[in-house]
Design a protein around this ligand. Structure first.
Ligand code: FAD
Length: 389
């Protein structure tokens, strides 16, 4: 029976990058995933000839040239630039907050006029707090009001944030919003990074390229095996009655609380429910991402997937389109755990698991579920590349 150098649990970006780095150096890898498809949250499904991001829209962005060159060496990326639009009660505003937004909101034409408007409203908020005897913003609402003023807060932040967190902004901690950058230029590019885009042909090509030299098993849950350690061969042995897997090291990218059978308690998440719909039109909203920032609309965003990969007139080559409405919801067992809730209780619990994990022999914990930490894609790759350096 073969002994793998690495058993990688999870074929998401962390597991796939790790497998790629390891196999490139001649190490043998077995990648298992409990889902029926590889790729974790990057997985796309081809529907009507369009790559539909099954687990939420993913836009790659980074300022790290090495990371950008690395992903492009596996699959070239296109020129997609994220420029979301906000829809508030049927009126559209460009994001992130910039001169276009201010023109749409107030009709201001010059940077000075826009700045003056924002400053006036910020001062009003600070003055109101001072009158109430409040020195520092006590919650997200006060924080946002003092950073950008009432109009931007009420139109573009308030209801959207409430839908995301399922709680009023006045009941959310101020630290969730540290900065709210305003741009006094006509620049709708959401990211400040030097590089952004989507793999040409979709994310599955990136994952497949990374996993090309690894052995992969889908519909295989790590927890279906019982695990022991063979001290003579210095390797882990996993058995489920049918299969036996032997490996020198385990790279675990699943939930860390599950790894320890929830001994210190269950970690909590926010999740998103996606409603995918095929429409008989070429172009539904003219943009990949539209945020619904009012309270009346129950969903937070509508994603129109074709705009990630086709531009200009090419959009009309396909008579259909696929959209996904996103509903932010509380997480319960059986749902996809998307966003860690890094409040005091959850941080305390995850720290205990982390300390325990650090003592494990020949087990590496990595990725968003094992570290209980939100990571964008580029930092995940950066981390794995650094581990191998
Ligand atoms: P995952 O992709 O979750 O992979 C973990 C894998 O492990 C899964 O395939 C899972 O099935 C498997 N697994 C878990 N437990 C077991 C088990 N017991 N046995 C076997 N397999 C198991 N980043 C960006 O840079 N740009 C974006 O626009 C962006 N948008 C996002 C939108 C959403 C809704 C979310 C949630 C995240 C977004 N991200 C984005 C972040 C990005 O998804 C993560 O950086 C990336 O998924 C992290 O990869 P991972 O391998 O850690 O986790």
């Amino acid at each position: 029976n073969k002994t793998f150098d690495y058993l990688i649990v999870g074929s998401g970006l962390f597991g796939a990058t790790f497998a790629h780095q390891a196999t490139q150096r001649g190490f043998s890898c077995l990648v298992i995933d409990k889902r029926s498809e590889l790729g974790g949250n990057l997985r796309c499904e081809l529907v009507e000839g369009i790559n539909v991001h099954q687990y939420g829209a993913h836009i790659f962005h980074t300022s790290d040239k090495a990371v950008w060159d690395y992903v492009n060496s596996i699959v070239p990326f296109n020129r997609y630039t994220n420029s979301p639009v906000a829809n508030y009660k049927g009126r559209l505003y460009n994001l992130p907050f910039n001169m276009n937004t201010f023109y749409q909101m107030w009709g201001t034409v010059t940077p000075d006029a826009a700045m003056q408007k924002i400053e006036e409203q910020r001062k009003e908020a600070v003055e109101a707090m001072r009158k109430a005897g409040v020195a520092e913003p006590r919650n997200l609402e006060e924080q946002a009001l003092t950073l950008v003023g009432r109009d931007i807060y009420e139109t573009l932040i308030k209801d959207y944030t409430q839908k995301q967190w399922g709680r009023k902004c006045s009941e959310l901690p101020a630290f969730i919003i540290k900065r709210l950058p305003v741009r006094l230029t006509f620049d709708n590019n959401y990211f400040n990074d030097a590089f952004q885009g989507i793999p040409i042909g979709g994310y599955n090509l990136l994952i497949n390229g990374m996993l090309k030299d690894a052995e992969c098993l889908t519909q295989t849950d790590f927890f279906q095996f019982s695990r022991s350690y063979d001290e003579t061969d210095d390797c882990h042995v996993l058995t489920d009655g049918e299969k036996e897997i032997r490996c020198k090291k385990i790279v675990f990218t699943g939930k860390i609380d599950e790894f320890y059978n929830y001994e210190y308690g269950k970690l909590n998440y926010r999740t998103v429910r996606f409603e995918h719909t095929i429409l008989n039109t070429s172009n539904h909203q003219g943009n990949a991402v539209v945020n619904y920032t009012d309270a009346e609309t129950p969903y937070t965003r509508v994603i129109e997937h074709k705009h990630f990969e086709s531009f200009g007139d090419d959009v009309y080559k396909n008579p259909r389109t696929v959209i996904s409405r996103e509903y932010s919801t509380e997480w319960t067992d059986g749902m996809e755990p998307y966003y860690p809730v890094n409040d005091e209780t959850n941080n305390r619990i995850s720290e205990k698991y982390r300390e325990r994990g650090a003592q494990e022999k020949n087990v590496i914990f990595g990725g968003r579920l094992a570290e209980y930490k939100y990571y964008d894609m580029a930092p995940i790759i950066q981390k794995v590349l650094q581990m191998w350096e």
